[in-house]
Design a protein around this ligand. Structure first.
Ligand code: AMP
Length: 430
C-alpha cells in the first residue's frame, strides 16, 4: 500500500516524502481511513508502531480546511518528551501546510508557551498539568476543539493523571472526534475509553505483546555481578545504539558515570535532570554523540530514537507493562532489535509474568567468557527457555538453552554479511 492511496492533501504527501516514509505501517493502514472519516478510534498500540503519524496525518488533513489560529485539535500525552516528539512530528509532516502546532508542558518557563499560543496554533500537544494551569488562567481556549487524542493513556493513568484528564474533558465540546491510544488495557482505562468514545473502531497492533521484531534473552546473574556482567556483555556484543534501563534515578546516574569511566560514550536520562539536560541527552543519543543511554522508566517515555539495537534491562522492570514499554524502544518501525534482561533469582515471579505476556519462554543465556564463580545461571528460572523440548541441541542438563558461544556478531548487518566483526558503536573509544 502507498500513502497516496489515502488521498491526503498534496502538501501532506510532500511532508511524508520529506520525512522519508515510503509505506504506511500496519497501524497507519488501519487507522488513517476511519480517522479521516471522522470516526472515533481506540488504538491498541505501543510506541514504535508509527501511531503518531496514524493520528497526526488525518488531523492535519482536517485542519487544512476551515478556520486557522484557533485550537481545533488537542493531543494529550504523559510526558514532555513525548509531547515534544509528537509536536515535532506534526511540524515535519505538516511542514508544507499552514497548520501550526505548539507543545505545552511543565518544568520550563511559561513565557515562550504563552507567546506561541498568542501567535495562534491549531494543534496543541500538551501534558495534563500545565495544560490545566494555562486553561485555568484563561490563556488557552479549548471550546473549539474538534479532535481530542489521548496518547499512551495507560501510562497517563500509571502516572496519576486520570483526575486531570477528567478535568480536561470537561473543558472540551461534547461534540468532537476522540482518538484513544493505549498499549495495555487495565480496567480503569477500559472504563475511561467506554465513557468517552462513541461507536469507536478498534485498531489493534501487536497488542499486548511487545514488538515482534525484538528477540528476547534472559541473563541470570547475582546482584553483585550485575555490573561486571553488563560490562562484559557490552564488550563482546555487536551493538549499535544501546538503551539501558535501571530501576532508580540514582542507579541511572551512577551507571552512566561508570560506563563513561570505562571509555563508553554514555549519558543518563532520569527524572531529576532539568528538561534542558534531558533533551540534550536524547538529542546526543539520536545524533550519535552517545552510544549508550541509561534511563529510568518514566524519563524514557517519548525517546524518539530509531535504530536502537539493544535494550538492556539492567534491573528487571517493576511491571509487565513497563517491560512492554521498554522493549518498544527497540525494533521500532519494523526494524529488528534485541532485548537483554539481567535477572537475579529474586526476579523469578516477574520472569514468569513476562513470559506469560509474550506467550512463550524467553531464551536463557549464559554469557560466554564471563566468570560466574559459584553461581550457576543454568540452575535459575527452571523452565524451557529454548522454547524447544528438553534436551534440544544446545540443551544443558536442565534442558535450557545457553549460548555457549556468547552472542558476538549475532546481529546480521547488510553492510557486513561475512563473519568479520562489525564496528562496535558502543565500544570504548580507546
Ligand atoms: P511512533 O510509534 O509514532 O513513535 O513511530 C516510531 C518511529 O517510526 C518514528 O521514528 C517514526 O518516525 C517512524 N515511522 C512512523 N511511520 C513510519 C513509516 N510509515 N515508515 C517509516 N518509519 C515510520
Amino acid at each position: 500500500m502507498k500513502f497516496e492511496e489515502f488521498s491526503l492533501d498534496g502538501r501532506l504527501n510532500a511532508g511524508i516524502r520529506d520525512v522519508g516514509y515510503e509505506t504506511p505501517t500496519p497501524i497507519q493502514q488501519q487507522a488513517i481511513p476511519p480517522v479521516l472519516e471522522g470516526r472515533d478510534v481506540m488504538g491498541l498500540a505501543q510506541t514504535g508502531t508509527g501511531k503518531t503519524a496514524a493520528f497526526a496525518l488525518p488531523i492535519l488533513q482536517r485542519l487544512t480546511q476551515g478556520p486557522l489560529r484557533r485550537v481545533r485539535a488537542l493531543i494529550v500525552a504523559p510526558t514532555r518528551e513525548l509531547a515534544e516528539q509528537i509536536h515535532q512530528s506534526i511540524g515535519d509532516l505538516g511542514k508544507h501546510t499552514r497548520v501550526r502546532s505548539t507543545a505545552i508542558y511543565g518544568g520550563v518557563g511559561k513565557g515562550p508557551q504563552l507567546e506561541a499560543l498568542k501567535r495562534g496554533a491549531e494543534i496543541v500537544v500538551a501534558c495534563p498539568g500545565r495544560l490545566l494551569d494555562l486553561a485555568g488562567e484563561g490563556h488557552i481556549d479549548l471550546s473549539h476543539v474538534e479532535v481530542l487524542v489521548l496518547d499512551e493513556a495507560d501510562r497517563m493513568c500509571d502516572m496519576g493523571f486520570l483526575p486531570d484528564i477528567k478535568r480536561i474533558l470537561k473543558l472540551l465540546p461534547q461534540q468532537r472526534q476522540t482518538l484513544f491510544f493505549s498499549a495495555t488495557m487495565p480496567p480503569e482505562i477500559r472504563e475511561l475509553s467506554t465513557n468517552i468514545l462513541r461507536d469507536p473502531i478498534t485498531v489493534q497492533i501487536g497488542m499486548i505483546a511487545p514488538a515482534k521484531t525484538v528477540s528476547h534473552a534472559l541473563y541470570p546473574v547475582t546482584n553483585n555481578m550485575r555490573k561486571a556482567l553488563l560490562l562484559s556483555m557490552l564488550h563482546q556484543t555487536a551493538t549499535g545504539r544501546v538503551l539501558i534501563f535501571t530501576r532508580t534515578k540514582h542507579r541511572a546516574r551512577s551507571l552512566a558515570r561508570d560506563l563513561e569511566k570505562k571509555g563508553y560514550n554514555a549519558a543518563a536520562l532520569q527524572g531529576n535532570m532539568s528538561q534542558n539536560k534531558r533533551q540534550k541527552a536524547i538529542n546526543g543519543f539520536r545524533d550519535g554523540k552517545y552510544d549508550i543511554l541509561v534511563a529510568t522508566d518514566v524519563a524514557s517515555r517519548g525517546i524518539d530514537v530509531t535504530d536502537i539495537s539493544h535494550v538492556i534491562n539492567f534491573d528487571m522492570p517493576d511491571t509487565v507493562d513497563a517491560y512492554t514499554h521498554r522493549i518498544g524502544r527497540t525494533g521500532r518501525a519494523e526494524e529488528s532489535g534485541e532485548a537483554f534482561t539481567l535477572a537475579t533469582p529474586d526476579d523469578a515471579a516477574q520472569v514468569r509474568a513476562i513470559e506469560k505476556l509474550l506467550g512463550r519462554p524467553i531464551e536463557r543465556r549464559r554469557l560466554a567468557n564471563f566468570n560466574y564463580g559459584d553461581f550457576r545461571p543454568e540452575n535459575q528460572f527452571p523452565g524451557n527457555g529454548s522454547g524447544r523440548p528438553n534436551g534440544g541441541r544446545n540443551g544443558q542438563a536442565n534442558g535450557q538453552r545457553y549460548n555457549g558461544n556468547g552472542n558476538r556478531n549475532r546481529r546480521s548487518s547488510s553492510k557486513n554479511n561475512d563473519n568479520r566483526p562489525r564496528q562496535y558503536g558502543s565500544r570504548p573509544t580507546n
